[in-house]
Design a protein around this ligand. Structure first.
Ligand code: GRF
Length: 200
């Protein structure tokens, strides 16, 4: 990113998770390795207090927040998350296994600044169990997609995709594991690209 970037200092990334957090770790490692330059993961927020990814983030010295969604309206829950992101001057929001569709209020708070990763070649197989959906359809090629987030489930303009061949003897688990390897490369690449674009 250029010295005269539109960001006051380093770009501040907020990552939203609901579970394991391996894509969040891939992003954090890419920041540490200088692959995503002039940026930091400023906060990791989970809607599930017991998400394994929270411990991973803490272990890397990243601030974590659990903002539980259970029993709350989406708008109210999203408002609290948006407030937490704003308080921390977040420039870019990365959904990484975050299992809730965002409200329009959330989207309007960060226009074109919310990304998501999904384990299929969207628009094919949105939603849960994308790898099993690919197997059920007998598709020969699947993969992963990073896209801008809109109000639809795994919708929004596609930024980049990576293909992964589906093998004869694949199970949802073996296919998911091979797609995940690609996810961990693709997401940091796209974040670096998007931040570069924002800074121009
Ligand atoms: C990934 O496959 C991601 O594409 C999807 O949910 C999974 C999250 O895995 N949205 P992790 O929590 O990043 O390990």
């Amino acid at each position: 990113m250029a010295e005269d970037s539109s960001f006051a200092a380093r770009a501040r990334i907020g990552v939203l998770i609901s579970g394991r957090g391996s894509n969040m770790v891939a992003l954090a490692d890419a920041v540490s390795a200088g692959m995503i330059r002039n940026a930091e993961i400023a906060v990791v927020i989970s809607d599930q207090p017991d998400a394994a990814g929270l411990a991973q983030a803490k272990a890397r010295g990243i601030e974590t927040l659990a903002i539980e969604r259970r029993g709350r309206l989406r708008t109210e829950h999203d408002r609290e998350i948006v407030a937490a992101l704003r308080e921390r001057n977040i420039d870019l929001v990365c959904l990484a296994g975050y299992m809730r569709v965002l409200s329009s209020e959330f989207l309007q708070a960060f226009p074109r600044r919310i990304l998501n990763i999904h384990p299929s070649l969207l628009p094919l197989f949105p939603g849960l169990n994308a790898q099993q959906q690919a197997l059920d359809h007998g598709t020969k090629v699947s993969g992963c997609t990073v896209h801008f987030v809109d109000e639809t489930l795994d919708g929004g303009p596609i930024i980049a995709q990576r293909e992964v061949p589906v093998l004869e003897d694949d199970t949802a688990e073996t296919l998911a594991a091979r797609i995940l390897v690609e996810e961990h490369q693709l997401y940091p690449e796209v974040v670096a690209q998007v931040l570069g674009g924002l800074a121009e």
